[in-house]
Design a protein around this ligand. Structure first.
Ligand code: HPA
Ligand code: ZN
Length: 337
């Protein structure tokens, strides 16, 4: 097993990076979960923080999602959402994530009677503070829960109308199998007509047909995960030719048993095939690490070179929704290292 060397560790620390696949609800650390449960008298099936951590053993995506929605049930008031966002943005500062495109799941909250005004004002207060304090750059991606109906997604888009100036893109997450992208084709078309950009989870557990559907039916700008692309050479060729970004999440893929071990991860073959691959944390609190931990895990278990690490960091800016001039500034900084 290649051991990560000190120079690689230094490079990972020094590189400016963008994070493009991060669920804010998945950054809820056990400490905050327990504190908010006590604050709001929510009963969780855990007595201690260690009990929470011990529960983080997943067989597949659904076994994780069950805990993820349970955890999110402690988020109740504006201050809770502020704190959740603030804690993640502080991690960005630590990991040199200079730009973050952050997903949130409105339906996880609106279904519990918590309205857009509550979570949006909490998020925006933290975002404005981080921008003011250290120049943190942030965009928001509103994700629809694909296990819910098309009608529920339309209602969510409607409820989001007063907040559209704060939302850059829509996304699609939750239980993939049995909920193909085409289920949301009309919602995504409406989102496009409102000027929203589009991303979708596809090919995490689902088959390559779901990746084709995300491209053809949702007109996405990025595929979240997409690691199953390797099953279809024609799809690989299309993704490479379009330079369609994949937001790959290595630690997530191991925790959810998409690959049996980091040694088995296909990120380097995706990269070698000319795809625009990026590295991301997905749900860092549940999957054992933030963005730099994902880079370190690759360096510890795969024969990744420093040039490839720099390519992954550069790709994160290329695949972002930043304006061209901002991309160019960050790409120059990556190249200078
Ligand atoms: N996949 C699908 N839905 C999700 C995920 C994920 O990795 N994280 C949070 N919701
Ligand atoms: Zn995800």
């Amino acid at each position: 097993m290649p051991i990560e060397n000190a120079a690689t560790a230094e490079l990972i620390k020094a590189l400016p990076k963008a994070e493009l696949h991060l669920h804010i609800e998945g950054s809820l650390e056990p400490e905050l979960m327990m504190a908010l449960a006590a604050k709001h008298q929510v009963t969780l099936p855990y007595a201690t923080i260690d009990d929470v951590r011990r529960a983080y053993n997943f067989d597949n995506l659904q076994s994780f999602l069950d805990l993820y929605y349970l955890g999110a049930s402690v988020l109740r008031d504006e201050d809770d959402f502020y704190r959740l966002m603030w804690d993640y943005l502080c991690k960005c500062k630590e990991d040199k994530v200079v730009h973050a495109e952050i997903m949130f799941d409105p339906q996880t909250h609106t279904e519990r009677g918590i309205g857009f005004e509550v979570f949006m004002s909490g998020f925006m207060r933290a975002i404005a503070q981080a921008e003011k304090e250290w120049g943190q750059s942030t965009l928001l991606i509103m994700s629809f829960l694909r296990h819910l109906s098309e009608e529920s997604a339309f209602e969510t888009l409607e409820a989001a109308q007063p907040y559209l100036s704060m939302i850059t893109a829509v996304g699609l997450d939750s239980s993939e199998l049995g909920n193909p992208p085409q289920k949301f084709a009309r919602v995504f078309a409406k989102a496009k007509s409102l000027g929203l950009l589009r991303v979708a989870h596809a090919g995490e557990e689902g088959p390559v047909e779901y990746i084709w559907s995300a491209l053809n039916d949702l007109d996405v700008h990025r595929i979240d995960h997409g690691v199953r692309s390797v099953d279809d050479p024609a799809l690989m060729q299309t993704l490479a030719q379009k330079q369609m970004p994949l937001t790959v999440c290595p630690l997530s893929n191991i925790k959810l048993c998409v690959f049996s071990h980091m040694r088995e991860h296909n990120i380097l073959s995706l990269l070698d095939s000319g795809l625009l691959v990026t590295v991301n944390a997905d749900d860092p609190s549940y999957f054992g690490g933030y963005l730099n931990d994902n880079y370190h895990a690759l360096a510890a278990h795969l024969p990744i070179t420093q040039e490839q690490i720099k390519t992954l960091a550069a790709n994160s800016f290329k695949a972002s929704f930043l304006a061209q001039d901002k991309k160019a500034l960050w790409l120059a900084q990556v190249a200078a290292l």
